[in-house]
Design a protein around this ligand. Structure first.
Ligand code: SF4
Length: 193
């Protein structure tokens, strides 16, 4: 029986601004290696230009291997108006919040005793944090990320089928905001052991 405060991690995600958070078994996360193909241009121009996206991030097989060592996962969602997510500049701001929230939650989990907590989040850190830079420091510079406390690896970039995960958690249907505007969902996950 794990007596570390798992519920605290969930509560912390909500405190950090998540619209919902749930604790699941990492084995319930479906990894589709072919999903990584969707990261290629023209679908995504972040392919090959950042350390947390393919082909520089770990492969789906390496991710599967990593997950085998984890006991729990806290999945959380950030909601934003769909109109905002469809507009590039605003989408990057939402991704920034999502990645920062994931990094903060990972840090909190480590403080709570989950020493090897690892966070992954939707979107590209290159676009969220380094879009005004000429290059990613990890792949073309010193090898050290400019934003180690903020940027986290891309979930879809390691093959996570986030649409299936959304459906499994019953988060596939968008909520609506206070003015009736449709909301879109982005996911972050912190794995715990
Ligand atoms: S240096 Fe920038 S682009 Fe490279 S991994 Fe870090 S945040 Fe991402």
């Amino acid at each position: 029986m794990d007596d570390r405060p798992l519920a605290n991690i969930n509560d912390k995600a909500l405190e950090l601004g998540a619209a919902a958070a749930v604790l699941i078994d990492p084995a319930d996360i479906v990894i589709n290696p072919e999903f990584v193909e969707m990261c290629r241009p023209p679908r995504c121009d972040a392919f090959g230009v950042g350390g947390n996206c393919p082909p520089h991030v770990m492969s789906p097989d390496e991710f599967k291997e990593l997950l085998a060592g984890y006991e729990h996962a806290v999945v959380f969602k950030i909601e934003a108006p769909m109109a905002m997510l469809l507009e590039e500049e605003h989408r990057f701001e939402v991704i920034k919040v999502l990645q920062e929230t994931t990094a903060k939650l990972e840090r909190f989990a480590i403080e709570q005793g989950f020493a090897n907590a690892r966070g992954f989040a939707g979107g590209s850190c290159r676009r969220a944090f380094c879009r005004d830079e000429d290059y990613c420091e990890v792949i073309e510079g010193s090898g050290v990320c400019r934003n180690p406390d903020r940027a986290r690896p891309s979930l879809s970039g390691v093959g996570v089928n986030f649409q299936l995960l959304n459906r499994k958690l019953d988060w596939a249907e968008s909520d609506v905001g206070p003015d009736g505007e449709p909301l879109g969902v982005m996911l972050g996950v912190v794995f715990l052991v």
